[in-house]
Design a binder for this molecule. Structure first.
Ligand SMILES: [Fe+2]
Ligand SMILES: [Fe+2]
Length: 165
């Protein structure tokens, strides 16, 4: 099975790479939407699939590690979880409004992109850097094993599938 990370890569770097991957799919969706309804819908579905997996990794693995040390008002995770709920709502709403995959989504994608930017920046600044600090090298290996078994193959699945012929 493919590893989640390259040798020596930190959990912080690995999760940040996921954000970059998601941003790439988002741009691809916007580009395709102007000209190819079917592929645009596929890209949107891929964005949803990957975002939901990403959120699941965070809520089941990353945030619980963070919350061992950061609790109460010191923790940013309650806000991040609320944002996850909003991200899922945006995905659902946009999908419903784009039955053909073409056209505008009434400015929602701009709001959605803004939320994702703020959300990801907060995680990259306030959560991910701590994860490598909070787990020792043995646990770090364990976290990677869990992440790998979780979904790395799925996250990478069909990458590039939405290139236009
Ligand atoms: Fe998140
Ligand atoms: Fe994230």
């Amino acid at each position: 099975m493919d590893r989640l990370t390259s040798e020596g890569e930190s959990i912080n770097e690995s999760m940040t790479s996921h954000h970059h991957m998601l941003a790439t799919i988002f741009k691809e969706w916007k580009r395709l939407r102007k000209r190819n309804g079917k592929k645009s819908l596929q890209a949107l579905d891929k964005l949803a699939e990957q975002l939901l997996l990403h959120i699941e990794i965070e809520e089941k693995i990353i945030f619980p590690i963070y919350e061992i040390t950061f609790t109460g008002s010191a923790a940013v995770t309650p806000i991040l979880k609320q944002q996850h709920t909003r991200i899922k709502e945006y995905l659902n709403t946009i999908r419903k409004r784009m039955p053909t995959g073409l056209g505008e989504s009434f400015g929602l994608d701009t709001e959605f992109a803004r939320l994702l930017d703020v959300h990801n920046a907060t995680e990259e600044y306030a959560v991910y850097p701590w994860i490598d600090e909070l787990v020792g090298s043995e646990e770090n290996e364990m976290v990677f094993s869990i992440l790998d078994s979780f979904c790395w193959n799925q996250l990478n699945r069909n990458s590039g599938r939405f290139q236009e012929e």
